[in-house]
Structure formats: structure tokens, C-alpha cells
Write a protein that binds this ligand. Structure first.
Ligand SMILES: Cc1ncc(COP(=O)(O)O)c(C=O)c1O
Length: 372
């Protein structure tokens, strides 16, 4: 059933596609999986995605911010959940009380978590992050053993995990990631020798989960691939993966404009003859970038967005689809009959990556779920 009579523009998320993509990892790697559902599940909608991921068999959810983790808990999702990034000091107690696992990379954080553990009576679950080459967060490898000792010897905390993050696992050149993996293995060995290896060692994002079984360790941290989106052009998904997200809008108006009419702000597009022009209720406030060169699918054909993208609307050229009528469904990302525009296609036009395209779909765009 088309939603075109109910919504202006909307996203449809096929939760069965997400379950299918997760099952691929569970079956082909044999390792447990963390669904990375930060940033509103890469724009797909965090709660329904996390539920679907748990149905498919993931053991963990990963988020960036405590607010995201608290939303999971408020929705009744009490699965193991790792805060992958920074947690502000004032929020640590709350996180511990909700049995969220925290990422740490310095001794102050360990002490703060321990104090929260003592105050709440709930041991703080900590994952030590090692910076093996991303240069973003993490203790340097040569300082990891000392911090691990501190973690293991501090009452009120559980040394639950050890992890790192790859900067270039999606590239064809394996050497930079080989180097990161070697450094990480060095740290694991030191911890093992000291009897300090925590139960959950993890490193692999989607790209490494697909291409680097040696880095699977005890848990995969998969984001982009579970949404059916390619980690990169050099690291495409196997065929079995299916994109979950379709972004649609409705044609709100169709008109014929005579030659020489300027279209949208600034009149950067001018009709060259009598032209059929359609209007769509989607704009940059929905996350549709204000860039020239956008394309959409109408009547199973690719047509161009003409003129500037407005805050809430865009215009499209409909000369190639004379049958298009107000009320017709238009696809911004996804398939329509034989035609398709992928998030990767949109990313190319926008000069960015598919991650940013889907994460950028705004909060006012309704998310509808298929196969809940
Ligand atoms: C620490 C960490 N692990 C895992 C992921 C998932 O990465 P991907 O979406 O490439 O699978 C991310 C995402 O950025 C991350 O920041």
C-alpha cells in the first residue's frame, strides 16, 4: 500500500533485510555480533532496528552516546550495550545504574566508574580501548598493560572487554590494517601473559568482519553492512545483503511552465521550452542536500531535480514521464520498477559517503517499518 496519501516524504525500513544481513554474519563468521545502532541506527530508527537485530540473534548493541543507550533501556531493551565513545563524567553513574558497558582509555575514567559502581552497588562494566592507529580514542598500546592492571585491580569495576577500531579496513590495501592488527595482538599477548585478558576482545567493523577473519576475535561490531550498505567501493557487500532503507516522497503538484521561466530560489534553472515540472515536499530540512545534480525516480525513470533545493520542497523535470500525476510516489533512495538510486549513488552526487547520506535523513521524516 502506498503511503503517499498520508505522508509528504517518508522512509520505509525493511526489518527483514536487516535480520537477513545480520544472519549472514552470524552464519559466515561464527562470531557473536554487536549491532551498531548509534545515530538513530544510521538514520533507520534505533528502537525498531535494535529489536530486529536482537530477533536475528545479535548479543550486543553499540551506541555512541549515553542518551541513545538510555532510549534503548526506556524501550525495554536490556541487552548488553556498549557506549563506544565518550561518556561525560556526570553521566557515568547513570550509565552504571543502567548496566551499560563503558569505554575507557585513562585511569581517571576507571576511578570514576569504580566510584559509580560503589555508589550504585552495581559493578561498572568497562571496555579498555586501545588506539592502534585510528588516533581518535584509546590508550596507546605501550600504556595498555598498566591501565589493564589498574582495571583488573580496582574494586567496583568489571574488566569486561578490550577493543580497537580500524581506520582503513575498507581499503583494498591490507597493510595499514595489518599493522593495526599486529599492534592490537601485541597488547592481547601482554595481557594474556599477565593473566589479564578480559572475556570480550573485539576489533572488527563491517569491513573487517567481511574481509579479515583473523580480526574477528570474540565479537563483531557491525554497522553499515547490517543496513545493507557497502562499507566502501573497495569493500563491497556480498550479493546476499539487501539494503533496508527506501526514501520516498509524493508528487504534490505537476504543471507545464512556458519557456524562460525561472525555477526555485535564485532561478539557477530556467525552462528551455514548455516543460512539465513537478514539486516534491522534501527539502534540506529533511536532510536532502542543497546541491545541484540530484536525481529521483518517477514512473520507474530517473529524472533530475531542477533549481535549488528549498528547505521543505524541490522541483523535478517531468518531460520524460508525461504520465506522472500529483499523488504519485517518487523514490529518492531505493528501487522503483526496474530503476534504482542507491545511497551510494546519492553519496556520489553529494560528494560524501553512504553513511552520511542515511545518517543525515532528518528527524521529521517519518520512519515506517516493514516486516516488524
Ligand atoms: C567504534 C566503532 N565500532 C564499530 C563501528 C561500526 O562501523 P561500520 O559501520 O563501518 O561497520 C563504528 C562506526 O563508526 C565505530 O565507531
Amino acid at each position: 500500500m502506498s503511503q503517499a496519501t498520508t505522508y509528504s516524504n517518508w522512509v520505509e525500513v525493511d526489518l527483514e533485510a536487516i535480520r537477513n544481513n545480520i544472519r549472514w554474519f552470524l552464519k559466515n563468521s561464527g562470531a557473536p555480533v554487536m549491532a551498531v545502532v548509534k545515530a538513530n541506527a544510521y538514520g533507520h530508527g534505533m528502537i525498531p532496528v535494535a529489536r530486529a537485530a536482537l530477533q536475528a540473534g545479535v548479543n550486543w548493541c553499540g551506541v555512541a552516546r549515553i542518551e541513545e543507550a538510555l532510549d534503548l533501556r526506556a524501550a525495554g531493551l536490556d541487552c548488553p550495550t556498549l557506549l563506544l565513545g565518550y561518556t561525560p563524567p556526570e553521566r557515568v553513574k547513570e550509565a552504571v545504574a543502567q548496566q551499560l558497558s563503558l569505554t575507557v582509555w585513562d585511569s581517571c575514567q576507571v576511578e570514576r566508574a569504580a566510584s559509580a559502581g560503589q555508589k550504585t552497588g552495581i559493578a561498572a562494566r568497562l571496555h579498555l580501548k586501545v588506539d592502534t592507529g585510528m588516533s581518535r580514542l584509546g590508550v596507546q598500546p605501550e600504556e595498555a598493560l598498566a591501565l589493564a592492571r589498574k582495571l583488573a585491580g580496582t574494586p567496583g569495576v568489571i574488566f569486561e572487554g578490550l577493543f580497537t577500531h580500524f581506520a582503513r579496513a575498507d581499503e583494498a590495501d591490507r597493510r595499514p590494517t595489518d599493522a593495526q592488527e599486529r599492534l592490537f595482538r601485541g597488547v592481547i599477548e601482554q595481557l594474556e601473559k599477565a593473566g589479564l585478558r578480559p572475556p570480550i576482545v573485539h576489533a572488527a567493523n563491517s569491513a573487517a568482519s567481511l574481509t579479515r577473519p583473523s580480526a574477528h576475535f570474540d565479537l563483531l561490531r557491525t554497522g553499515i553492512a547490517i543496513y545493507g550498505l557497502h562499507p566502501s567501493a573497495e569493500c563491497p557487500l556480498p550479493e546476499a545483503f539487501r539494503p533496508a532503507l527506501t526514501w520516498k516522497a509524493v508528487l504534490s503538484q505537476v504543471k507545464i511552465l512556458s519557456s524562460g521561466r525561472g525555477v526555485s530560489y535564485g532561478h539557477v534553472y530556467t525552462t528551455r521550452a514548455n516543460e512539465r515540472i513537478g514539486t516534491l515536499p522534501v527539502g534540506y530540512a529533511d536532510g536532502y542536500r542543497r546541491i545541484l545534480g540530484n536525481q529521483v525516480l518517477v514512473g520507474g525513470r530517473r529524472v533530475s531535480v531542477v533549481g535549488r533545493v528549498c528547505m521543505d520542497q524541490v522541483m523535478v523535470g517531468l518531460d520524460e514521464v508525461p504520465e506522472a500525476q500529483p499523488g504519485d510516489e517518487v523514490v529518492l533512495i531505493g528501487k522503483q520498477r526496474q530503476a534504482s538510486i542507491t545511497a551510494e549513488d546519492v553519496a556520489k552526487i553529494w560528494g560524501t559517503i553512504n553513511f552520511e547520506v542515511v545518517c543525515g535523513i532528518g528527524p521529521r521524516v517519518p520512519r515506517l517499518y516493514l516486516h516488524e
